[in-house]
Design a binder for this molecule. Structure first.
Ligand code: AMP
Length: 265
């Protein structure tokens, strides 16, 4: 892998583990163009300046994306489309929102993808998370599987782009923690919005989430076989450490109508 792997907007320099500094070239640290040689002799003021520059780069910008979308999916809507769905080999998931992904994003709406082909998904790092993964991040793709190909896809496409802050285990753990932090189904049900096949106003759905958690969600819809728009995915925005909810810098594109179906599952 080239040391400059995630170069869509600013480059992360991947140094050997012992020296794993992430510097934003051209975006935050203008003009860092010389490789650092550990034994290089520099005049004292220049060395001090270099040290300050490196420290401030590491402290303030050691990541190469702006925020995460934490995306939860209503399984009833996923299954209602023409592609249909298959329950995981571990059984029918609970009637609850499931995690679709935790996606690094830029403030302008674009996003990095497939950042590190050298770090494939490794199930052995996750053995103690498996119960939580199966319950909260269920695969619905056909043919039935145990979830590993869905999680591996999410890690490869999205997770590898937040490696500067979260290793694989921390990445999946962060998503599971976020799911615990926000119980979307309860939030909606408390506002009288239930998965009963009824149609609910999009504003009402967004308003209920905002009222309960303090942040406006992004909402995506799909279209069922009869042409109805359904509540499909709810996007929340999270800081680059995957910890705190934030106000979304930009919302995802949405194909919802003013009233959308909330189908049963
Ligand atoms: P992404 O590439 O992360 O944007 O996710 C889109 C891909 O994830 C598509 O191939 C979808 O079919 C797949 N996908 C979405 N939801 C699920 C799910 N619950 N189980 C399995 N695959 C899914």
């Amino acid at each position: 892998m080239s040391p400059y792997s995630s170069c869509q907007r600013g480059c992360v320099i991947h140094l050997p583990n012992a020296l794993r500094l992430s510097l934003y070239v051209g975006r935050h640290v203008e003009g860092v163009s010389h490789p650092f040689r550990p034994n290089m002799k520099l005049p004292r003021p220049a060395a001090f300046l270099l040290l300050l520059l490196a420290l401030s780069a590491v402290a303030s910008t050691a990541h190469d994306f702006d925020f995460f979308y934490f995306v939860q999916q209503w399984p009833g809507s996923y299954c209602d489309t023409r592609q249909s769905c298959c329950y995981p080999s571990t059984g029918k998931p609970a009637s609850d929102f499931g995690i679709h992904g935790l996606w690094p994003n830029y403030n302008d709406g674009s996003y990095p993808a497939n950042c590190d082909p050298d770090r494939p998904y490794d199930a052995s790092e996750m053995s103690d998370l498996m119960g939580g993964m199966q319950a909260n991040w269920p695969t619905l793709a056909c043919p039935s599987g145990d979830g590993s190909s869905f999680w591996s896809h999410e890690w490869r496409k999205h997770g590898t782009c937040s490696e500067s802050l979260l290793d694989q285990r921390s990445y999946f753990q962060a998503a599971l923690d976020l799911k615990k932090q926000v119980d979307l189904l309860k939030v909606l049900q408390d506002a009288g919005i239930r998965p009963d096949g009824g149609f609910y106003s999009l504003r009402g759905i967004a308003g209920a989430v905002r009222e309960a958690i303090g942040y406006t969600p992004g909402i995506q819809c799909n279209v069922d076989e009869s042409g109805n728009r359904q509540l499909h995915q709810i996007y929340l925005c999270v800081d680059a450490w995957g910890k705190e909810l934030i106000e979304c810098p930009v919302f995802p594109r949405s194909k919802c109508s003013s009233r959308v179906e909330f189908p049963p599952f």
